[in-house]
Design a binder for this molecule. Sequence first.
Ligand code: FES
Length: 146
Amino acid sequence: MALYSEKVMDHFRHPRNVGKIDDADGVGEVGNVVCGDIMRMYIKVKDNIITDVKFNTFGCGSAIATSSMATELIMGKSIDEALELTNKAVVEALGGLPSHKIHCSVLAEEAVRAAIVDYFEKNHIEYDREKYAPKEDCEHCHAHDE
Ligand code: FES
């Protein structure tokens, strides 16, 4: 079996929603201390719906593919639905990832969440800080990189 699914290769070669939103309502930037990759996610929000999303990734092919898929999964969704996006759902939508690349999908989940948290902060919207506030460190990344 090929290491990467066709969907992963497709999103890696033709990533969707790459770029920047200048007047974004929320911007999230996350990095993985182990591999050094960085992902930045921009969202536009109207009436609690994500109306536009773009990303930039300075990272590996899986980081590009997972962030591309994550943007497709949250486009048009409500903030609450997007907050619940898990890296597992991203990996499933891509038809799987090799286990040593799972941490790249964690970055995509965290970037989406960080953008939404930034939107909450900028608009003084209450949210569950315990659950969603960005973590300084990511135990998944270490777990999967060791
Ligand atoms: Fe770091 Fe993929 S190797 S995000």
